[in-house]
Design a protein around this ligand. Sequence first.
Ligand code: URA
Length: 241
Amino acid sequence: MRLDKYIAHCTGAGRKEVKRWLHAEQVTVAGTTVKNSGQKITPEQTVLLNGQTLQYPSPRYLMLNKPAGVVCANDDGEHPTVLDCLGDTDTRDLQIAGRLDKDTTGLVLITDDGQWNHKITAPRAAKDKVYWVTTAEPITELCITQFAKGLQLKGESKLTLPATLELIGECEARVTLHEGRYHQVKRMFAACGNHVRRLHRESVAGIVLDAALAPGQFRSLTEAEIAQTLTPNKTITSTDL
Ligand code: URA
């Protein structure tokens, strides 16, 4: 990795400030003063800034309770983004692990660990995603059967994978999907002749949105939650931790 990128990542400082430190001979790599910001460093080399060893921060794994009106994008000229919800957090290198529509609320996972992101979102992983849905029309028995059998979505050749639709009220249900197609829940209800009024994601890959997080709030995942995502589908809640 380039030395300036490494220092920026360890300290949270911007490129300009890092350059200043290097020019002022405040940085050593393996005991030698280095001024060249583009120098490549290896994991075994110790980097000191003003005599202090820099520690590369461990990967970050966050859960956010996404409010309505916020977009799942790294930046957007028009709307606030999920990264804007993270306050002072250094958002460089952060990736969104599975996007929600602007009007959908609930659990969004954010990380700077690209491999972990892939494990959560790759279609082959088929991680469970659980949604609380409120519909415009009553949900019929036929709709429950169609979700279970697989539905033909407009413009797609493959049927949806079998999904669980558990009735909670006349117009309310909990839906569990094992895939993540574009606007999938809304399109599945549309294919049944219904319309989604409200959509809230409760869990992804067994990680349940912490009930203590108000819309717009976030926290780091616990070790148990991170480990959980690496096992086959099984759900844990914050109360299990
Ligand atoms: N399905 C949808 O239709 N929208 C979402 O935001 C997530 C799943």
